[in-house]
Design a binder for this molecule. Structure first.
Ligand SMILES: [Zn+2]
Length: 178
């Protein structure tokens, strides 16, 4: 029998490494280890449950009821071992993490794509090409360089180019770390 201290309030942080919310909602670590839990905030447990549902077709209502119970009693209370709760939790959790990182990667890719466009480069450009291009553009658009174009425009353009350059450089650093 699992002993729970009803009056002991433990503040846990959501198990999603990218989330800083309080983890109120338990999910077992794996089917073989139903006594240990990961704790998620409401948003993350929903994401987690989505991947879980995706694999096994868990009834949303059933889950909601169980979650509510576990919160009310301040302890995990999912009925494990019933045929409806025979899920591969580890697989669901892996899928959940993959989805998160794919999502983040897409955001980074978008940023990088935009940055390359600003410098007039493509994703095949090597580091030397990037540096050369930045230098020539920076020279052209540097606010201190005098020519007929308005200096405010030049400043904006120069900032854009420099920011884009930074993003591209970062992507090179990440690649070499892998
Ligand atoms: Zn969370």
């Amino acid at each position: 029998m699992l002993h729970t201290k009803q009056d002991e309030k433990i503040e846990r942080i959501c198990s999603n490494p990218e989330c800083k919310e309080i983890g109120l909602y338990p999910a077992p670590k794996s089917r073989d280890n139903l006594r240990e839990y990961l704790y998620f905030c409401i948003n993350c447990i929903r994401d987690f449950n989505k991947s879980w549902n995706y694999f096994e077709g868990l009834s949303e209502n059933e889950l909601e009821v169980e979650i509510r119970k576990s919160v009310t009693w301040d302890r995990p209370s999912w009925k494990f071992g019933t045929k409806n709760l025979n899920y591969d939790f580890e697989k669901a959790f892996r899928e959940f993490e993959n989805k998160k990182s794919t999502h983040n990667k897409k955001i980074i890719d978008k940023k990088l794509e935009k940055a390359l466009k600003i410098l007039g480069l493509n994703s095949d450009s090597n580091l030397t090409e990037v540096k050369t291009r930045y230098k020539s553009l920076a020279k052209k658009w540097h606010p201190d360089v005098q020519n007929e174009s308005k200096s405010k425009n030049k400043e904006d353009k120069f900032i854009n180019i420099t920011n884009a350059y930074k993003i591209i450089l970062e992507s090179f650093t990440k690649q070499t770390k892998k």
